[in-house]
Write a protein that binds this ligand. Sequence first.
Ligand SMILES: NC(=O)c1ccc[n+]([C@@H]2O[C@H](COP(=O)([O-])OP(=O)(O)OC[C@H]3O[C@@H](n4cnc5c(N)ncnc54)[C@H](OP(=O)(O)O)[C@@H]3O)[C@@H](O)[C@H]2O)c1
Length: 233
Amino acid sequence: MANILLTGASRGIGAAARTALVAAGHHVIGQSTAGSDGLIAADFTAPRAADALWAAAIVAAGGRIDVLVNNAGVFEDAAIDDADTFANAWGRSLTINLQAAADLCRHAVLHFQANGGGRIINIASRAGHRGDSPAHWHYAAAKGGMIALTKTIARGYARDNILAFAVAPGFTMTGMAADYLSSRGGDKLLADIPLGRVAEPQEVAETIRWLAVEAPPSLTGATLDINGASYAR
Ligand SMILES: NC(=O)c1ccc[n+]([C@@H]2O[C@H](COP(=O)([O-])OP(=O)(O)OC[C@H]3O[C@@H](n4cnc5c(N)ncnc54)[C@H](OP(=O)(O)O)[C@@H]3O)[C@@H](O)[C@H]2O)c1
């Protein structure tokens, strides 16, 4: 049984991962912005929110965390013709999608070094490799940053038995994707996915479960794509 800190556990991919991990017998310490349903509240736009979350999670876990899953994220439009909108979107995106994950990784690495090792799973995006729409420069940049962060941790701390993996989903049927699919015309998007459909949250959740407890150590540093071959690298 592993103690797993999972961010963004209230909805979508995170809720599916919580269900899969609990069903497999693990103790999930989950987070959401509001913190209902047994989750710890942490809004990553608040200063040092990730630090406070880590401290609360350590207490909830009884002093030992084995796995960190950075899954919380936002996908918001930013037009390039308005400087304030553009700057605000970049600030929010980098803070929530990248800085909070990095802060939690910092705690996790220090904790794992003192406790014989552990695993980190960062939920990035196909956008981190392929790029995104003109309204989402910031999102692609944050997710590309997350992939680079993951590789850096994998290379830097493998000797301490600390493993780091990234997951790069394409469109996944959650609230985050549903708005985009309806606004952009679902049919056109589906035509770009050889599998003929977007991913289900349960498919990403199963990948998270496998990486958290089963994936062989030599996989460390890898990014697993889940995109129906819409972007095969
Ligand atoms: N869905 C996709 O198509 C897709 C594709 C590629 C990558 N991803 C990535 O997969 C991850 C999960 O996506 P999803 O579609 O499952 O998202 P979602 O359904 O929109 O859920 C987002 C999660 O992040 C939390 N969150 C949002 N803003 C936050 C903030 N300011 N501080 C702390 N937590 C916050 C939410 O908590 P509350 O419920 O409290 O708001 C929620 O638990 C994200 O990192 C996303 O970028 C998704």
